[in-house]
Design a protein around this ligand. Structure first.
Ligand code: ZN
Ligand code: ZN
Length: 409
């Protein structure tokens, strides 16, 4: 019997409490940086499994030392979204929260991080039960606030590098609308884009709508900027390079006969290459400043970074090792080429801080008879099984590709 098969012998038993835990987490979601109960639940269970547990930067890390060998870090994110659930599930969330504007919003695990927690805890339990199948050190890391792109950095800022053993490799996974439930998808190289959100404030000079010559119209400056930004991807990037520049919001003024004093743009960018990202951001700044100068704005524009997600660039060697192990365990029919996903993640902040390679893969959330709804949709309701089983198996298989005490092939 292979190492992996022996390590997974307890999966049926683990699945029983996993299904219950998953329903509980789904019904009790917590927003980014407010994951108090979620963190306590994770810490308690890791402690019960025999891990050394530390709370770091709003997250939790469990360390299991099991003799000589490499150190592997497996990361799961734990936060929910301000989305009002519309799944109709009997374990649907009815939790609400107050947003920054004082409005009441629903809270939902619409990105499936409840699945990530459950699979990672299942894997942690199995690895603790079957220490005879591996040797080395295992780090089960649970990260807050992925949805803000800030939780991984918060853990690093709180001393993650000094508080846990230095990993040799980092692993992570996400439940997705595709491939189908029971399947996984891996990919070497850039798999998730780098994404930045900017707020741009243009300072004009207010005036009566009938007297434009006495003011400086920020609406016209904003309009010029929006049009000119369309040339960044079309004219400045090489035709083969991927980039997106989207102006998602333009706000200025309240009334037809008043020229407002300022205009505010919200801009989102995506890239699969750090050089392309730098080119896009520099071009945006140059265009904004130049248009304001051209209009003789009384003050320099303000450009604020609202959030910044790094590139997720899977190491080819780590990806090959993990993919080989997944194919050996799940069979080639259940392991796919994931393909690039233009969404973004802050997972890579952790391996980048340690200076170690990583891979991040996807596992399917929906059986073929279900409507495969995308993440962040209010109807996002993955099947419980075989999703939790597959996510747990994938985690154990990938970890044992590094820590397993015998060749898996
Ligand atoms: Zn998400
Ligand atoms: Zn997510």
């Amino acid at each position: 019997m292979s190492t992996v098969t022996r390590a997974l012998e307890g999966l049926d038993e683990v699945s029983l409490w996993q299904e219950e835990l998953y329903r509980h987490l789904h019904a009790h979601p917590e927003l980014s940086f407010q994951e108090v109960e979620t963190r306590a639940e994770i810490a308690r269970r890791l402690g019960d499994f025999g891990y050394e547990v530390q709370e770091i930067g709003g997250g939790v890390v469990g360390v299991l030392r099991n003799g000589e060998g490499p150190t592997v870090l497996f990361r799961a994110d734990i936060d929910a979204l301000p989305v009002t659930e519309a799944t109709g599930l009997d374990y649907a969330s009815t939790v609400t929260a107050t947003d920054a504007d004082g409005a009441t919003v629903g809270v939902m695990h619409a990105c499936g991080h409840d699945s990530h927690i459950t699979c990672a805890l299942g894997a942690a339990a199995l690895l603790a039960q079957r220490r005879d199948t591996w040797s080395g050190t295992y780090l089960a890391l649970f990260q807050p606030a992925e949805e803000l792109g800030a939780g991984a950095q918060a853990m690093v800022d709180d001393g993650l590098l000094d508080k846990v053993p230095h990993p040799d490799v980092c692993l992570g996974q996400h439940v997705l609308a595709a491939p189908p439930a029971g399947h996984v998808g891996t990919m070497a190289g850039p798999v998730l884009s780098a994404g930045d959100s900017l707020r741009i404030t243009i300072h004009g000079k207010g005036s009566h709508g009938s007297m434009p010559h006495l003011g400086i119209d920020p609406v016209v400056v904003a309009a010029s900027i929006v049009l000119r930004l369309q040339t960044v991807v079309a004219r400045e990037l090489a035709p083969g390079d991927f980039g997106v520049v989207t102006v998602g919001s333009v706000q200025a003024g309240q009334k037809a006969n008043i020229i407002p004093a300022e205009a505010v743009l919200l801009v989102n960018t995506r890239a699969y290459d750090e050089d392309v990202r730098v080119t896009i951001l520099a071009a945006i700044e140059r265009i904004v400043r130049a248009e304001c100068l051209a209009a003789d704005c009384p003050r320099e524009p303000e450009i604020t970074v609202l959030d910044s997600f790094p590139l997720t660039d899977n190491d080819p060697e780590v990806t090959a090792t993990v993919t080989r192990a997944l194919v050996a365990h799940l069979g080639p029919d259940r392991v796919h080429e994931l393909g690039r996903i233009p969404a973004s993640e802050d997972f890579s902040v952790i391996p980048d801080a340690f200076g170690v390679p990583y891979t991040y893969w996807g596992y399917g959330g929906f059986t073929p008879d279900m409507d495969a709804v995308p993440n962040h949709n209010p109807a996002f309701a993955p099947a419980i099984q075989p999703v939790l089983r597959t996510g747990t198996e994938a985690a154990v298989v990938a970890v044992l590709a590094y820590l397993g005490s015998e060749d898996q092939t």
